[in-house]
Design a protein around this ligand. Sequence first.
Ligand code: F6P
Length: 363
Amino acid sequence: MFRIGMLTSGGDCQALNAAMRGVVKGLCEKRDDVEIYGFQEGYKGLIYSNFKMLTSSDFSGILTVGGTILGTSRQPFKLMRVPDENGLDKVEAMKHTYHKLNLNCLVVLGGNGTHKTANLLREEGLNVITLPKTIDNDLWGTDMTFGFQSAVDIAADTIDRIHTTATSHSRVFIIEVMGHKVGWVTLHAGIAGGADIILLPEIPYDTDVIAEAIKKRKDAGKRFTIIAVAEGAISKKDAKLSKKELKEKRAKHSYPSVAYELAERIQKKTDQEIRITVPGHTQRGGSPCPYDRVLATRLGAAASEMILDGDFGNMVGVKNNEIVRVPLSEIAGKLKYVDPDSSIIREAKMTGISFGDERNPGI
Ligand code: F6P
């Protein structure tokens, strides 16, 4: 028997099911003795030995289905070494479940936090392989994570819809896009949706520059301005504060999110009406886009090959459209940020998009 444990951990995204399907199909094409243990709700299932036995037929018909058939949960890495409310040592419990079930390998689908724990389990001697999931696309070691393109499609569609109502009114529209500490989704959705101003965590903004860009558009007869702001965007002033100072400052104002803070700042400097749209978790919902279905299927199949090779301790990723195996030790604890000096930013600026950092003659 070849026993595989599988779990999905952290925030869900599109194409998790497609990726698991790819793994299982790849394995079952090569072996007919595969046993699959599906752990429920991420690492929680591994800790508390909560799993269901699955067969290859459970993975049929799920290519296009959003969410995850295993369920997921956030189990912060920093709490992994902290015993639970009953004094249970979580790491020991996970190892115990793995050995009790006599698993050959644990397949983990997740983002940054998930990879830290996967690496910890590798260090503890388990055979672990991982697949890169997250709409944020912030995972080190891969050009692309599945979920990202689907989220970009949804965020861009939101901007498109705002565009039609924007053309009817003289308003500034702020669309807040997910992405945690990085700006990948906002950057791509912003360009795809024709946003006039794109604000990313990696490029702190100056409110005066934004106000000027809005005014310049108005003076040029453009009746509206569309701002795509990443949920982690930050002003130049705030970027200078320490973590503690920033926390204290934000606690004083208690804005629901960054878009509201930005709206207030801009309002003080312009005379235009401002509206806010926050698509939120819709960006993680629904069916994966075809790009993600293909990517997840490729990564899943490549992961099955890695398992059958016995090449554990790696994440399967994609670089320059080629599949790569990246050691978990290289990935854990690193984030992949948007490079402010990259050509995509330069090209976007060439088309007149303002990133709120410097006066842009084009806008
Ligand atoms: O990591 C994916 C993500 O959607 C981020 O973009 C966002 O900051 C976060 O998860 C939201 O987390 P939750 O689903 O726990 O509210």
